[in-house]
Ligand binder design. Sequence first.
Ligand code: AMP
Length: 175
Amino acid sequence: MTPIQQDVINAIRDIPDFPKKGIIFKDITTLLARGDLFRRVVDEIADHYSSKKIDMIVGIESRGFIFGAALAYKLGAGIVPVRKKGKLPHKTIAVTYALEYGTDTLEIHADALEGKKHVLIVDDLLATGGTAKATAELVQKCGGHIEGCAFVVELAFLKGRQNMNGHEIYSLIQY
Ligand code: AMP
């Protein structure tokens, strides 16, 4: 394990039984509050993509916006939000995907990737991969090319990366 991986693991707080019984929620707010470590995390992820041409970050609501915005600044890219249904004001494209119980819908502005084709999808955490897979579908529907999908945390035991249709996946730490 590298020093930054150890520092991130130490900084993340486990919240048992949130938002429901049996889930151990990985609370990254305790990482965000440490300016030195937040910067190192963003720099580390940006380094991984330094040889790729990325002109747009697609950040997943809501913690993906935090890391995504910092990465966009660092990479000199724009940022596009992918949001829960009904939050985006202009014409949208939607994808509905299955949850453990029921479904959820994510949206992107239909014109969000006009002229910007090289996309990095960003979220704080990869679990089953349902959210990231739906986001990848939205990006492709908008004509974007997915250069990679970056996460701070991967719950590898849930095998989310197998759900990602072969897209490049980067995670800083794995459980
Ligand atoms: P999934 O679609 O199962 O990959 O879930 C990923 C989304 O749910 C991400 O936006 C995460 O922020 C959130 N999430 C899922 N499981 C957890 C967890 N154990 N701790 C924190 N966030 C989680």
